[in-house]
Write a protein that binds this ligand. Structure first.
Ligand SMILES: [Zn+2]
Length: 301
């Protein structure tokens, strides 16, 4: 066997070992840099969003609080990596799958952090969303309580203990009004929340979403020095994960604008504008149609 083939085989085995546990199951938790962890989503357990945590010298900062049952799972996995106190949990935005687990982290001693606009959105929109939730059994929110963020920043908040530096930067309005990202400049790691996903889980239906500014926001993220990108949903990516997201959004905006110019209704645009070629973002035609109608409503006036 040629040496190059052997090297390739060895690299593949290493990769497989990295992404699978000792039972051959895809592993959920990845230490992507010393003290920086990602826990991937488990959609079948309604743990839809990815999450992460950074182990500082004296405390832990969690990134995205997930649903309450997801927060429990994150805490359990986090405890396998460190016994330091969880002092902060950062919500990239107020959506349920990223923030409804806040109370679990508050009860563990953490302060919930997000941008000022994210806090405002949580207070304005989350009580209704929480009360309308139809979850049953283990996914019944009545067993839990809604906690809004308690510490907010207008533009930026930085955690830096000399070992780790995490910059939280408000970059919305885009997916929501108060979107913010977490960036680790030393490790070149970016947690984007739902501004960038690497799956078909796109959502442009938030009443405060701003599709055109979302494209500009992605341009800004692409200019950052990013080696590893943790999307809100989907597998771990890198800087190259941003362009496919941008192209999908730009094609949707362009198609909707053209439809409006032709005098088409929202339904007509949703039926005729085919975005399924934009993999993976446009994979689900039904989801595309919901987003197209939402973008149409925003661009029509
Ligand atoms: Zn979201």
């Amino acid at each position: 066997m040629k040496r190059s083939v052997l090297i390739c085989l060895f690299s593949c085995l290493l990769l497989i070992a990295f992404y699978h546990d000792s039972f051959g199951q895809p592993s959920l938790v990845h230490e992507i840099a010393p003290g920086v962890f990602v826990r991937l989503a488990e959609p079948e357990k309604k743990i839809i969003a990815n999450a992460g945590w950074v182990v500082f010298r004296d405390y832990v900062l969690v990134i995205d609080a997930n649903y309450p049952w997801g927060a429990r799972a994150i805490l359990a996995d986090l405890r396998k990596t460190t016994n330091k106190p969880v002092r902060f949990a950062f919500d990239t935005h107020y959506h349920a799958d990223h923030s409804f687990g806040n109370s679990v982290f508050v009860d563990a001693g953490a302060t919930i952090v997000c941008s000022q606009d994210c806090t405002e959105e949580s207070k304005r929109k989350n009580p209704t969303a929480w009360n309308k939730d139809k979850g049953t059994g283990e996914f019944d929110l009545k067993q839990w309580r809604l906690e809004h963020p308690q510490a907010s920043f207008p533009d930026r908040m930085t955690f830096d203990d000399g070992e780790h530096r995490v910059e939280l930067t408000r970059v919305g309005p885009a997916h929501t009004l108060g979107d913010a990202v977490a960036y680790l400049p030393k490790e070149r790691i970016l947690f984007t929340g739902d501004l960038c996903v690497t799956s078909a889980a796109n959502n442009l239906a938030d009443p405060d979403a701003n599709p055109e500014n979302w494209v500009k926001t992605l341009d800004g993220l692409e200019r950052m020095n990013v080696a590893t990108l943790i999307p809100g949903h989907g597998p771990i990516g890198n800087r190259d994960s941003i362009q496919p997201q941008r192209k999908y959004l730009a094609a949707m905006i362009e198609g909707v604008k053209t439809g409006i110019q032709k005098g088409q209704s929202a339904d007509e645009v949703a039926q005729s504008l085919d975005l399924t070629g934009y993999h993976p973002h446009g994979d689900k035609a039904a989801g595309n149609q919901v987003s197209i109608k939402a973008v149409y409503a925003k661009l029509k006036h």
